[in-house]
Design a protein around this ligand. Sequence first.
Ligand SMILES: [Zn+2]
Length: 277
Amino acid sequence: MKERLKKFLKSIGIYHPLQSSYRNSLSFLRNLTYRITYNKYKGSGFVCNFCGAAYQKFVPEYPSPDIEHAINSNNVIAGYGENVFCPNCLSKNRERLLKDVIDHFLEIRNKKVLHFSPEKHLYRYLKTQANIVTIDISPGFYKTIDPAILYGDATSLQFEDQSFDIVLANHILEHIPEDLKAMKEILRVLRNDGVAILQAPWSESLPATIEDPYIADPEKQARLYGQKDHVRIYSLNDYVARLRAAGFKTKVIPCESLEQFKIHAIQEREVVVLGYK
Ligand SMILES: [Zn+2]
């Protein structure tokens, strides 16, 4: 019944907008609750690099029971932990990390940026400075963030070669069965002097990536890969090797170099992966 309703809503084009409004209402209520609850923790410790609010602690997020084993037993760096959401604006640690990387390592003013599956705070920050194009395979889901978002399949992008100075693919590739094809497409649309920020959830302890690209079983995907729409957990080494196989030159910035970002409540052991031509 649920699947039939979903199919019907999709057929008339309102499933993703409805899902998006529902999520927005939830996040509004959640934000309100956090603001009230965390008021007593205002002070020093962490500062949000989007809204500037300072708190002794941020809002934690832990893996739910159905994904807990996949995340914890494989030591996946996926954004969970003690200090995840800003209690004031609800920005997430992985958005704050990208803002730090952009602010410290890149020049974005007037640059042409391709932003996959745009995160709200990051998109709003970028659009004030750069010429930004957003894209997703289910654009309806992101219409409230950017009404101009385009439909696009990362394995077959509609853009000319060398269209973008910067590409942001923040937790995208672990969803895509043909990830190598998507990596090659990202490289193709990147300008010769461009840079791609290519974050994914990865494991430092897995000797190899575990995956089943054509699994199509959300419950099993949650249990094995830590999210119902993920098709793999990358081992960090293999992830970088795949980017190189796709033709990228890579720069891996380890967590020690990100020490300066810790004030923004970035996840422990986080690593940044940049891709170049
Ligand atoms: Zn904030």
